[in-house]
Design a binder for this molecule. Structure first.
Ligand code: 5GP
Length: 345
């Protein structure tokens, strides 16, 4: 008989954080830079953990250049050529917060090695929609064998503890968590597969931390509070696409209509992206992403400062002095309604 898991599965919007007695008097006392140490990769990394998604719109060179100065990680989109990437890495002052991205085909392995072998970068995001397929584990294993602890590997996406551990055992330092929560994603609608993001993050973070691994919560953040909730659920890094996609640094086309300024944003599995980046959409695939026009938001620094401000304020509310203390200080209320939206529309 088919099994039903019927313990409650939660999204960010299903919870709020309880304020607590605190020793912090001001948000200035909240330290949002964390020094990460990894299971395999031998170097430490200092950052806020906020990570730009490797989508074609957001994972741009312009984004990486700006975000590197703002202590945020950028995963470059994978459709740049080797020459373009090398040229960028040579021109960027500091590549320590930049990842290249790759799929798991043989030619992508070659391309990844070609870039890593330049010595200009040592971080890779191995990203496929369905992280459960055995070829992902094999790909990571091969990369880890070839480069030992000289590279940082992030891999995904999955939403359960078993597969989080499997990817870590195969060489991932960081497992990317999320199936279907993304703002430009239609996977849940097309396939019926997915898991509410907060519950996925909580379970997978616990599984990863138990073996010195870490997770990057990927998708579903709609406001700074969601990013705080993600950290509170145990995320080490939080990957964001849509919230950065309206910025100057995003590659989405700027559209002026009436008196509105908009930017084009599309899911990487949308028919639009497949035609644009692969030149075709294979017959056996359905589109699992959407194309949307979103409000233009100006320099991405505005958005990230708002996020950082939200994190600092939340830390003051719950008494967390350091970013890594957030989950220890956090208690969630399960709520029926998180916002009063009477004037929102
Ligand atoms: P957001 O921050 O916009 O909610 O989510 C960003 C994440 O959505 C990306 O990092 C990626 O994991 C996911 N994503 C991007 N494009 C697609 C797509 O076309 N289909 C699906 N299923 N997920 C996507």
């Amino acid at each position: 008989m088919t099994t039903i898991i019927d313990n409650v599965q939660l999204d960010y919007s299903d919870v709020l954080l309880q304020p607590k007695r605190t020793t912090l008097n001001s948000r200035k006392e909240a330290d949002i830079i964390r020094t990460f140490k990894f299971k395999y990769y031998k170097k430490a990394l200092s950052a806020t953990g906020v990570t730009v998604a490797n989508m074609a719109t957001t994972g741009t060179f312009e984004m990486a250049k700006t975000m590197s100065k703002l202590n945020a990680v950028t995963c470059l989109q994978k459709h740049y050529s080797v020459d373009e990437i090398v040229e960028f890495l040579k021109s960027n002052d500091d590549n320590s917060l930049v990842f290249i991205s790759t799929g798991i085909k043989d030619d992508e392995f070659q391309k990844t090695c070609e870039i890593l072998d330049t010595g200009l970068i040592d971080k890779v995001c191995v990203d496929i929609a369905n992280g459960y397929i055995p070829n992902l584990s094999q790909f990571i294993n091969k990369l880890r064998e070839k480069y030992g602890n000289n590279i940082l590997i992030m891999a995904g996406n999955v939403v359960t503890s078993d597969m989080t551990q499997e990817l870590i055992l195969n060489g991932a330092d960081l497992v990317k968590i999320g199936i279907g929560p993304g703002s430009a994603c239609t996977t849940r609608k097309i396939t019926g597969i997915g898991r509410p993001q907060l519950s996925a993050v909580m379970e997978c973070a616990d599984a990863a931390h138990g073996m010195n691994g870490m997770i990057c919560a990927d998708g579903g953040c709609t406001c700074p509070g969601d990013i705080v909730k993600s950290y509170a659920g145990g995320a080490d890094f939080v990957m964001i696409g849509g919230m950065f996609a309206g910025s100057d640094e995003s590659a989405g086309e700027l559209i002026k209509r009436d008196d509105k300024e908009l930017k084009l944003f599309y899911g990487m599995s949308s028919g639009y992206a497949q035609n644009k980046h692969w030149g075709k959409m294979n017959k056996y695939r359905a589109s699992e992403g959407r194309v949307v026009e979103i409000p233009y938001t100006g320099p991405v620094e505005n958005t990230i400062e708002e996020i950082y401000g939200g994190i600092r304020s939340a830390m003051t509310y719950i008494g967390a002095r350091r970013l890594k203390d957030i989950p220890k200080c956090a208690t969630f209320y399960k709520v029926n309604r998180q916002l009063n939206e009477i004037f929102a529309k």
